[in-house]
Ligand binder design. Sequence first.
Ligand SMILES: Cc1cc2nc3c(=O)[nH]c(=O)nc-3n(C[C@H](O)[C@H](O)[C@H](O)COP(=O)(O)OP(=O)(O)OC[C@H]3O[C@@H](n4cnc5c(N)ncnc54)[C@H](O)[C@@H]3O)c2cc1C
Ligand SMILES: NC(=O)c1ccc[n+]([C@@H]2O[C@H](COP(=O)([O-])OP(=O)(O)OC[C@H]3O[C@@H](n4cnc5c(N)ncnc54)[C@H](O)[C@@H]3O)[C@@H](O)[C@H]2O)c1
Length: 410
Amino acid sequence: MSGSNAYVIAGASLAGAKAAETLRGEGFDGPVVLIGDETERPYERPPLSKDYLLGKAERETIYVHPASWYADSGVQLRLGVPVAGIDRAAREVALADGTRIGYARLLLATGSSPRRLPVPGADADGVLYLRRVGDSDQIKATFQTASRIAVIGAGWIGLETAAAARAAGVEVTVLEAAELPLLRVLGTEVARVFAGLHREHGVDLRCGVQVSEITSAGGRVTGVRLADGSQVDAEAVIVGVGITPNTQLAEAAGLETGNGVVVDAALRSSDPDIFAAGDVANAMHPVLGQYIRVEHWANALNQPQAAARAMLGQDVSYGKVPYFYTDQYDLGMEYAGYVEPGRYDQVVFRGDVDRREFIAFWLAGGRVLAGMNVNIWDVNDAIQDLVGDGRPVDPARLTDPAVPLEDVAG
Ligand SMILES: Cc1cc2nc3c(=O)[nH]c(=O)nc-3n(C[C@H](O)[C@H](O)[C@H](O)COP(=O)(O)OP(=O)(O)OC[C@H]3O[C@@H](n4cnc5c(N)ncnc54)[C@H](O)[C@@H]3O)c2cc1C
Ligand SMILES: NC(=O)c1ccc[n+]([C@@H]2O[C@H](COP(=O)([O-])OP(=O)(O)OC[C@H]3O[C@@H](n4cnc5c(N)ncnc54)[C@H](O)[C@@H]3O)[C@@H](O)[C@H]2O)c1
C-alpha cells in the first residue's frame, strides 16, 4: 500500500479520536484509520477515578463519540489490535495481526502506561492499577467487598481513588514516598492543603515511607510491608506511582525520543510525516520556550487538534497554557501553568486557604508561572492570561480580592 493517501492514527483514546474528528472537520476526505489496542472505542479517563468510580456516572457517558460517529464520519476504527511497528521507508504500519496499512501521514497517540511497582510480591492478586475502564470496574467492585485498602502513591490517581474509597466507606491507608502528597507538582505550600483534606476525611496518610514488599497469603494480597519493618494490613492495594510514555513504536522506528516522542511546536517528530500528541508527546512549547510533556486531559483534547491541522499542511504552533483539574471530596480545583520542581521563588494566596476557597499563584521573579483556583470558579481564563502574559506582576495586587484578576497583568 505504498503511496497511500491514508492518515493513520496509532492509539484510539482521547487524543486519537480528537485528531480523527479534526481531520474530518477540516475537510480532509481521504481515508482516516484509527487503530487501538483496547477493545473499547475511544473513551475519556478522568471519570474512571471520579464519577464513574463513585457510581455516579453511567458507562455511556465516558465515550468521546457515539458508536455511530465513526462510520458516519468515515473513520475506520480498528480496535483490539496493537500497531506493532512502523516501516518508515515503505510508509506503512504493521499491526500485530499481520495487516499492513500505508500512510501519507501518521499520528502517534499511544499515550502512557502505569509504572509498575518494583517490589517483591507486587504480582499478587488484589494489587490493582488504574488506567483502563476495566480497572475502574474492578476497583469499584473491590470497594463493595473490602473493608480496608492501601494506596501506594499520593499523586492524582492515589488521592482521587482514596477519596472514592472513603465515599464507599472503605478504610484507607495512603503510602507516599515523598514528604507530602503531590509535592513535585504543587510544592510544599499547596501540597499541605491536600494532606489536610485527606486526613480530615479519615485517610491514614503516611508520607516519607518506603514500600519494601507486598505481602500475600495463598497468592492473595494481605498488605504492605514498609522498609522500617512495619506492616499495613489491606485486602487490596491500589498502585498509582506514575506513568511512562508509550514510546516503543517511535524508538523502534528510530524517531527522536526522550521523555516521550520529541516533536516541534507543530507536533511534528524527527520524521516530517510522523506526528505525536497527548501523553506521549514531548513538545516544544512556544510560550514557555522549552520542551514539555503534559500528562493531562486538556492536552489530550487540544493538542491533537493542532497536530491534525499540521498534518494537513497548515501552519501550526501549539502554545496553549497547560491546564488540569481534580475533584476530591468537596474540593474542586483547576490549575493552569507549568512549574518544574524548585523553579518558583514565591507562592501567594488570594482568598481563604483554611476554608479551601482560594487561588494560589506560583511566581518566579514576579512572573506568574501557574495558578490554581480551589472551590472558586470562572477565574481560570484570567489565570491562563496571567501565565501567558509573562510580564512581572505586583504580588500585592495578585492577593487583593478587590483587584479583578484581569487588571493585575502589566
Ligand atoms: C484514572 C485516570 C483519571 C484521570 N483524571 C484526569 C483528570 O481529572 N484531569 C486531567 O487533566 N487528566 C486526567 N487524567 C489523565 C488523562 O486521562 C490523560 O492525560 C489522557 O488520557 C491522555 O490521553 P492520550 O490519548 O494521549 O493517551 P491514553 O489515554 O493513554 O491513550 C492511548 C491509547 O493508545 C493505546 N495504545 C498504546 N500503544 C498502542 C499501540 N502500539 N497500538 C495501538 N494502540 C496503542 C492505549 O492502549 C490507549 O488506548 C487521568 C488519567 C487516568 C488514568
Ligand atoms: N486530576 C488529574 O489531573 C489526574 C487524575 C488522575 C490521573 N492523572 C494522570 O494519570 C497519571 C498517573 O497518575 P499517578 O497518580 O499514578 O502519577 P503521579 O505522577 O501524579 O503521582 C505518583 C506519586 O507516586 C509517588 N511514588 C512514586 N513511587 C513510589 C513508591 N515506590 N512508593 C510510594 N510512592 C511512590 C510519587 O512521589 C508521586 O507522588 C499521571 O499522568 C496523572 O497526571 C491525572
